[in-house]
Design a protein around this ligand. Structure first.
Ligand SMILES: *Cc1c(COP(=O)(O)O)cnc(C)c1O
Length: 381
């Protein structure tokens, strides 16, 4: 099946007792057994629930994986991956991560003896230079949030595996989605999503996903999901599955609108740098072109007036773009990383990587492009 069919049919079966085309919301915690231990494959909904199973099969299918897992949030999916590790193990992660991932690494897991190295992943050598005998996991995001840096997934996976084949390579694919790039095909071991964003796509749920293509790794992750307990509920699983079915057409429009807005901003006299991997001037445009089929709906930019007041005036003026955390929904959102999504990153770290007051991040939705541009036009007056 091609991707645009997989989003709708991948891993899906009609419900056997009624032929129901969509899986019902199996709003149940437990399942009747005819004799102790004799059941129809479901015992207790923390271990498995049929609505979640349908979604997990869809998740696996769209990333070309064999197994998918649905979690209570994106962060609980990351938490599950980190629980594969033991005290003393080392992780090499990008230096421009989602703020919550950084917070989890440094404030939750560091105290259990995991060691984290944060490096600029747009150069593969920065990753391989940090590898020691204790390195167990590479954690990367591409494009990054909010600076839209690009890491070469294939090159990193190949070089890391040539040094030590047991090091796991995990990719947070939230920004790109499998519509644009498929990390498992490029050599990664684990794909993670905040399904809260594009996979769900309607800003109506919080959920995480993991996808893998290795039986042993799938078993380990399933054990942690079951034993840790941070599972997605049946209602949210239903909503996310419904969202996945339109991922390809939503993404097509997100990409079209994102490109138009990036170009509009790049020519605006009040706008400074525009961060968009689709521009030839983007330092990793060639890598982006190689591993992504298009450039997505996330665009960050700087106002030339670097004052906080100028940024706040803009952020308070948009009407179609809603000032809110999160991204990837059908509606356009605008965000101020310093005070919102990236507030948990200590100021010196933030300044070092360029997350300053003048930086604004847009999640470009699928509304009419004319309305989006006139909204920005008004706010930039
Ligand atoms: C939102 C987000 C997360 C965290 O996911 P939640 O669903 O909010 O827990 C992780 N990575 C990226 C890139 C995100 O945008």
């Amino acid at each position: 099946m091609k991707f645009n069919t997989k989003t709708i049919h991948g891993g899906q079966k009609h419900e056997p007792s009624t032929g129901s085309v969509m899986p019902p919301i199996f709003q149940t915690s437990t399942y009747a057994q005819s004799s102790p231990g004799v059941h129809k494959g479901y015992e207790y909904s923390r271990a498995a629930n049929p609505t979640r199973t349908a979604l997990e099969n869809a998740f696996a299918s769209i990333e070309n994986g064999t197994h998918g897992f649905a979690f209570a949030s994106g962060l609980s999916a990351i938490d599950c991956v980190l629980r594969l590790l033991n005290p003393g193990d080392e992780v090499i992660a990008g230096d421009d991560l989602y703020g919550g991932s950084y917070r989890m690494f440094t404030r939750l897991f560091q105290k259990y003896g995991l060691k984290f190295h944060f490096v600029d992943m747009d150069n593969v050598d920065n990753v391989t230079n940090q590898i020691t005998d204790n390195t167990k996991l590479i954690w990367l995001e591409t494009p990054t949030n909010p600076l839209m840096k690009i890491a070469d997934i294939g090159a990193i996976a190949t070089q890391v595996k040539s040094i030590n084949n047991n090091i796991l390579v995990a990719v947070d694919n939230t920004f790109a989605t499998p519509y644009l790039q498929k990390p498992l095909d490029l050599g990664a071991d684990i794909v993670m999503h905040s399904a809260t964003k594009y996979l769900g796509g309607h800003s109506d749920l919080v959920m995480g996903a993991l996808m893998v293509k290795n039986e042993k790794l799938a078993e380990e992750l399933h054990f942690i999901q079951f034993a840790g307990g941070a599972v997605a509920g049946p209602m949210d699983s239903f909503l996310a599955l419904r969202g996945v079915k339109t991922l390809h057409i939503r993404m097509q429009r997100h990409c079209e609108n994102g490109k138009a807005i990036a170009e509009y901003l790049a020519h605006h006299p009040k706008v400074g740098h525009v961060y968009y991997p689709g521009f030839k001037s983007h330092p990793n445009h060639e890598v982006a072109k190689k591993q992504m089929s298009d450039f997505g709906g996330m665009v960050s930019f700087r106002l030339k007036d670097v004052s906080k007041a100028a940024a706040f005036k803009f952020l308070e003026s948009t009407k179609v773009f809603t000032l809110a955390e999160s991204l990837g929904g059908v509606e356009s959102l605008v965000n101020h990383p310093v005070t919102m999504t990236h507030a948990s990153i200590p100021e010196p770290e933030r300044l070092k990587i360029g997350i300053t007051d003048s930086l604004i991040r847009l999640s470009v939705g699928i509304e009419d492009i004319d309305d989006l541009i006139s909204d920005l036009e008004r706010a930039l007056l």
